[in-house]
Design a protein around this ligand. Structure first.
Ligand code: BGP
Length: 488
């Protein structure tokens, strides 16, 4: 028997989703279009190892909007959660979920982003959803902006590049805080805020980058991000004023880097890559830009425009907790003889000690323990894992069963390392598995990269009955939650 301390009482087990990957109903009940609705499907054969559809040019955008481009938009259909959320929440409840992370699709509330008045149908829709969760004893965690920005803000301001968007975001945040103040205590501002510098800023910020002269494009990403940091701080202030006891978190795609060798050059490279990843949480939690990033900007001619009060705003309203996604660890080297691993989004140097998923994402449960320790040492505030899981192809047997022991093994190994980290002293509050129900993949726009404990009958072309069924992992996770992590 293990002599580890068990998971704390009240540990928040559950799952995490994003509006644009599950809802569908892209124009239902007054919703406006958002950047996420513009993500068109590029078949695997055409895109090679790259992620699908995350770059968009101003020409493509115009072609899509004018109907000239006939593209398929899997994210517009999602898994029809918009109409089936009661059935799906009942399934989450059957697994014993304590918490469900969803995101509000901003354009349901303010269809153009800059509207004066909110869309009542959108507000009522999420109100019903939160009530449904509470009926089952499930606490909502709500992301205000998960990879979508109303298209009206792209047209008017080029998305988050425009300072005006801060004010529009704040009005949106205040509107939903006020409406849901008795229903939602846990909030996140921007999903994986760091990804804006890693892939198209259209995804993370509604910015069409070719509208910016090439020489200023790198700068533009940092400028858009600065606006998101300010918006996040002001939303944190508003949350505390509107919802007593409300908790605001930031959300980082944590991408820990190991050095490939003991060569100090490799060690330093890994350190710098980790700094580039953690600088986001440094700003959110410590309330200021770290010096190492200011040096990098100075050396690379990055100059962002700040208003006079910006530094004070960042300092005064840091987040209450830090949340992050964790899927992989990465390896860095200055030596060019290291073997590479091809992967969508997460390729790079192959770590000889790790296995990779079918998409080349290297699986590293111990890396999660290391990450939890590192982040808690650095910030000393509560942590939440709000995404973790294995994207895999599932096989439906003739009798309808899905034996996804690979998915169970992935979660089990990560949960064991979480328990180790808690025993190391880390204040970890919850574990939300990514995509507890199959959903449209962010990076491939396909259904076949599945994360769910619940199977959804839809294929990559959007065909299928949309019927839901329980995989083996469904019964396993139910047992884990019922035993508060003791029965793995
Ligand atoms: C994170 C995103 C999610 C999600 C997940 C899995 O980066 O926050 O939206 O989709 O990764 O990624 P993918 O769907 O590409 O496998």
């Amino acid at each position: 028997m293990s002599n580890l301390k068990p998971f704390p009482k009240g540990f928040l087990w559950g799952g995490a989703t994003a509006a644009n990957q599950i809802e569908g109903g892209f124009d239902a009940d007054g919703k406006g279009l958002s950047s996420a609705d513009m993500v068109a499907y590029v078949p695997k054969a055409e895109r090679g190892a790259h992620s699908a559809s995350i770059e968009i040019s101003s020409q493509e955008l115009a072609d899509i909007l004018s109907g000239k481009k006939q593209a398929r938009f899997p994210k517009r259909e999602g898994i029809d959660f918009y109409h089936r959320y009661k059935e799906d929440i009942a399934l989450f409840a059957e697994m014993g979920f304590k918490m469900l992370r969803i995101s509000i699709h901003w354009a349901r509330i303010f269809p153009n982003g800059y509207d004066e008045q909110p869309n009542e149908a959108g507000l009522a829709y999420y109100e019903e959803m939160f009530k449904e969760m509470h009926k089952h004893g499930i606490e909502p965690m709500v992301t205000l902006c998960h990879y979508e920005t109303p298209l009206g803000l792209t047209e008017k301001y080029n998305g988050w590049l425009g300072r005006e968007v801060v004010g529009h975001f704040l009005r949106y945040a205040e509107t939903v805080f006020t409406r849901y103040k008795d229903l939602v205590k846990y909030w996140l501002t921007f999903n994986e805020i760091n990804m804006i510098t890693m892939h198209s800023p259209f995804t993370g910020g509604g910015v069409v980058i070719d509208r910016v002269p090439q020489a200023e494009q790198e700068n533009a990403k940092y400028q858009a991000l600065h606006h998101q940091f300010i918006a996040s701080s002001l939303a944190t202030k508003a949350l505390h004023e509107i919802i007593p006891g409300g908790q605001m978190g930031c959300m980082l795609a944590r991408l820990p880097h190991y050095a490939y060798t003991a060569d100090p050059q490799d060690q330093r490279l890994a350190q710098w890559l980790n700094q580039q990843n953690l600088y986001f949480t440094d700003v959110h939690a410590r309330g200021e830009y770290p010096k190492y990033m200011l040096r990098h900007w100075a050396e690379n001619n990055v100059k962002i425009q700040k208003e006079l009060s910006d530094d004070a705003i960042l300092k005064q309203y840091p987040v209450d907790f830090i949340s992050f996604s964790y899927y992989v660890s990465l390896t860095a080297t200055t030596h060019d003889n290291a073997e590479r691993v091809g992967g969508n989004l997460m390729g790079g140097v192959k770590n000889p000690y790790l296995q990779a998923s079918d998409w080349g994402w290297q699986i590293d449960p111990i890396g999660l323990r290391i990450t939890l320790n590192d982040m808690y040492d650095r910030y000393q505030i509560p942590l939440f894992i709000v995404e973790n899981g294995l994207g895999a192809y599932d096989n439906v047997e003739a009798d309808g069963n899905i034996h996804d022991d690979y998915r169970i093994a992935y979660h089990r190994a990560h949960i064991q390392q979480m328990q180790e980290a808690i025993n190391d002293g880390v204040d970890l509050r919850g574990y939300l598995s990514w995509g507890p129900i199959d959903l449209v993949s962010m990076s491939t726009s396909e259904m076949s990269k599945r994360y769910g404990f619940i199977y959804v009958d839809i294929d990559d072309d959007g065909n299928g009955t949309k019927a839901r069924s329980r995989k083996d992992s469904f019964f396993w996770y139910k047992k884990v939650i019922a035993s508060n992590g003791a029965d793995l």
